[in-house]
Design a protein around this ligand. Structure first.
Ligand code: HPA
Length: 283
């Protein structure tokens, strides 16, 4: 699929117009569901389904465990737009292409964005099966030059130099804390490090990430967060800690995609409880 590094306002509009022609719902809340976490989309009522491959300019994925469609309907009493699966930088798309859907959401009238992902636990206190609220991030790929906002700034969406001092909305973070407490869910908090992948990290890389302040590591979410903040969406990020990253060479432990998918499935009920609780309390 053609993947460009510059998209015009007109191209984002074409995608938004197409989606609006396929659904009568007008969602103000969007959810992005990561690896193995797409079960939530099955719970959406009065759902309209739109395959990514049918939407003009939309990126669509090839990875096992990532369905590629929008599900738009009602969940926990709110109208939501759910991305059932996302594309990743490691698949070979440009960083601008994988974040294309975020600006389309903005044009559709979305105001709140809930992002989920699977991540490796770098913090030694974390266990596989934990949920982690993302309070901040390390954008390794962006700091190395692959920032989705690189290129001509589209003033229609936001400023040339957007702030990233509070990329995850504090009110939403507090709401998530409350919902987790009410449902007796263990909710960790921490810094998510975005790496390109697709190879998992070496033990030395994990020790490095730990040293520079990462609590979890993964291959998604941060580009979307940058673009969402640029265009004024309020963002919440939740990681499913699907595996404990390996810190020591020779430990006999290994990170695999199967483990990520298997643990992802086990966490789904907790994640659904948290997301539904959040939706119920949102205005
Ligand atoms: N590293 C990077 N990405 C991941 C991991 C990991 O250990 N687990 C799930 N996504």
């Amino acid at each position: 699929m053609a993947s460009k590094d510059i998209y015009s306002v007109e191209e984002y509009r074409q995608a938004a117009d197409f989606i609006q022609s396929k659904t009568g719902h007008r969602p103000e809340i969007a959810l992005v569901l990561g690896s193995g976490l797409s079960a939530l989309a099955e719970e959406i009522e009065n759902a309209d389904f739109i395959n990514y491959r049918d939407i003009p300019h939309f990126p669509f994925s090839s990875v096992v465990g990532h369905a590629g469609r929008l599900v738009i309907g009602q969940l926990a009493g709110k109208t939501v737009l759910v991305m059932q699966g996302r594309t990743h930088f490691y698949e070979g798309y440009t960083i601008q292409h994988i974040t294309f859907p975020i600006r389309v959401m903005r044009l559709l009238g979305v105001k709140l964005l809930l992002l989920t992902n699977a991540a490796g636990g770098v913090n030694p206190n974390f266990q596989a099966g934990n949920l982690m609220l993302i309070t901040d991030h390390l954008n390794f790929v962006g700091m190395a030059g692959q920032n989705p906002l690189r290129g001509p700034n589209l003033d229609d969406f936001g400023p040339r130099f957007p702030s990233m001092t509070q990329p995850y909305n504090l009110e939403l973070i507090n709401l998530a804390r409350q919902v987790a407490a009410e449902h007796n869910l263990t909710l960790r908090e921490g810094v998510y490090a975005f790496v390109a992948g697709p190879s998992f990290e070496t033990p030395a890389e994990i020790r490095y990430l730990h040293t520079v302040g990462a609590d979890a590591v993964g291959m998604s979410t941060v580009p979307e967060v940058v673009v969402a903040n640029h265009c004024g969406l309020k963002v919440l990020g939740i990681s499913s800690i699907t595996n404990v990253a390996v810190h020591q060479f020779g430990s006999g432990k290994e990170t695999t995609h199967e483990e990520v998918l298997e643990t992802g499935k086990i966490i789904v009920p907790q994640l659904i409880t948290l997301l539904k609780g959040l939706l119920q309390r949102m205005n």
